[in-house]
Design a protein around this ligand. Sequence first.
Ligand code: GLU
Ligand code: MG
Length: 437
Amino acid sequence: MTNRIANRLVFVGTSDVSGLIRGKSFPDREWEKRARRGVGWTPTNVQITCFDTISESPFGSFGDLVLIPDADTRFVLESGQRMDFALGDIQSLDGDPWAFCTRTLARRALEGLKEVAGVTLLSAFEHEFQIRDQAARSGDAFGFKGFRDGQAWAEAFLDSLEAAGVQPDTFMKEYGPGQYEVTNKPAKGLASADQAAILRMLAHEILPRFGKTPSFAPILDPDSVGNGVHIHFSFLDEAGAPLTYDGNAPDGMSELSRHFVGGVLKYLDQIMAILAPSEVSYLRLTPHRWSAAFNNLGVQDREASVRICPVTAKDADSIARQFNFEVRAADATASPHLALAALVFAGTQGLRDRVVPPEPVNEDLSLLSPAELAENGIKRLPTGLGDALEALGSSEAVRGWFGEEFTDLYIAHKKGEMECLEDLDWASKCARYSEVY
Ligand code: GLU
Ligand code: MG
């Protein structure tokens, strides 16, 4: 008997509609062949909900696809139980991109942005999560004790991120009980969504080695804090020069930024079912939770759905590079690829139509009357998943960007997921999501 393992497995995963990673593995000596031919995949898998039920599927038991690993996303973790992992793209047997593959949709959105404006998106997903079953302890908000509690797993987690090509930025004890936040450096194009999917997966891999179970669910307890996914973005030209900032413009927004943000805010209510796609997402998206409840632009307001982020740099070039926007309405029940696709489709539409965003507001919008909101071009975002799906389904724009078939499939997916929660109270709904995410 030797300890040598002859079958070292590589896992190829799709980051699916529910934002989870599903896939298959094969011996690593077959990488070359599998990188060309992939592993077999089934169309109806796209309708597997986060609770593992299968929503109504147009494909039934028919059809075959392949999941092709993307070598650019492959990484190996040597510490602990070895991990060899790659994300993949779903294709037809003839090698055509599959219209329901989340990575394909995000790639298509990014290509559209490049076509319309000649720019590359630079973005980063900022994640909050909580350690499950951790009792609240006074004095812990942003605290040093809580940081020290987490430091050992955090360092291992950050090491794993680096091994996977994600550049860590900051780590901190967030405000809520057992709540932490991790940020990473921005990445170009599709890579930021890939990294978000991988970051969540690695948190679930590493923390349990230290006896901790994380949850990225939008809210674990209806009476407590929410866990957001804030998506930061800026733009680069082909040579890598920043295009987001204009020092002569009000609030520093370049023409490009203004119209892109204008598009995001114009269509935000119609894409909320993608950015915040669970019933419990809407417990988080209520005023005074520092999340987002309206389609507003804010400068130093952590309740704005799109925030112009502060800049600490002092010289012109660094200011132009640091200047970025943050969409605060998303959460980790969203597929990062679909969330990126939705933002980029909406922003690109804003560029095409030269949409101007509402003026930044600096007041508590929850105190304004509907008439006052309307005067400022501001709408309350959908207050439940049902309404958000309604807004998505009746949006000609969304149907144009994602395709009729994908839009209908997505709505059916989510309706099937909602059926799993019928008759549960809010605490039980939160518990179901906190187990999965
Ligand atoms: N926890 C808040 C959210 O749900 C964000 C708090 C903050 O970092 O500003 O988005
Ligand atoms: Mg935070």
